[in-house]
Design a protein around this ligand. Sequence first.
Ligand SMILES: O=P(O)(O)OP(=O)(O)OP(=O)(O)OC[C@H]1O[C@@H](n2cnc3c(O)ncnc32)[C@H](O)[C@@H]1O
Ligand SMILES: NC(=O)c1ccc[n+]([C@@H]2O[C@H](COP(=O)(O)O)[C@@H](O)[C@H]2O)c1
Ligand SMILES: [Mg+2]
Length: 269
Amino acid sequence: MKSRIPLVLLACGSFNPITNMHMRLFELARDHLHQTGRYRVIEGIISPVNNNYGKKGLVSARHRIAMAQLALETSDWIRVDPWESEQEKWTETVKVLRHHYNESLRWLQFRKELVRNNWPTERTTEDFLSSLDPVSPELKLLCGADILKTFSTPNLWKEEHIKEIVEKFGLVCISRAGSDPVQYISESELLTQFQHNIHLVTEQIQNEISATHIRHALCKGLSVKYLIPDSVISYIKHYNIYTEESEGKNKGDLTSAYESTQHNDKHTK
Ligand SMILES: O=P(O)(O)OP(=O)(O)OP(=O)(O)OC[C@H]1O[C@@H](n2cnc3c(O)ncnc32)[C@H](O)[C@@H]1O
Ligand SMILES: NC(=O)c1ccc[n+]([C@@H]2O[C@H](COP(=O)(O)O)[C@@H](O)[C@H]2O)c1
Ligand SMILES: [Mg+2]
């Protein structure tokens, strides 16, 4: 395992709320990447989208992050990162990838400094030194197949961003009911060109868990037990998060966040 490329998986999305399937995406991706014999997955990061994303029914990032933290208490390798949600506005996904990539390089630099300065002397055992991986980790975007479909939605993703995602970073895409990733790739010249950097993973135990279904069930007072962790159910009940009122939030027009970014870009050039 040591000679393999260290790899970090980043999943972007609403996580409104986090579901068991969101966490399974990481387990499926890690198994698949390990089976290639080339990678060693070292970390998983969940990045809940900014409040300004403008998606229908999107509740505050404060709650979405707290719920993800509770859900991830049972994982020793996946964590939630608030950076994206703390920005002033919605951040395009490629910029979130760039941020986390730079962070992983900074962390690597920091660890190299530790070794160079021979710190901590008491723990500078063979074991400790060998745990300081000198190889830069790769960072890949982890998503469900529905995201691949949105790449062809007019005005939603910039062409150069899709190119950077599939060329520089790479994609791990998990199958999802109703989505045909092989078809989306064949229909896109760009995705076809970089398909060697797109890992398609099939979930054999099919299900149709979606956060929208969970929210709708909660609004109707129906049980969501065994679809999301008990700790998250308790949190939702405690703060009465998903109600008809919360479902009515925003117009659900996803291009509005994108258009405001375009507008700002024009004015900062
Ligand atoms: O209904 P919405 O609110 O859209 O919620 P969702 O379940 O699709 O969840 P997110 O949008 O927060 O998705 C975050 C990521 O998880 C993926 N994902 C969520 N549920 C999935 C499932 O059941 N199978 C495969 N991918 C899934 C999705 O494609 C995104 O890449
Ligand atoms: N141009 C872009 O970078 C772009 C466009 C649309 C959605 N996204 C991201 O994809 C994810 C989609 O999440 P939802 O499925 O919850 O809408 C979000 O993290 C969002 O920020 C990115
Ligand atoms: Mg979704």
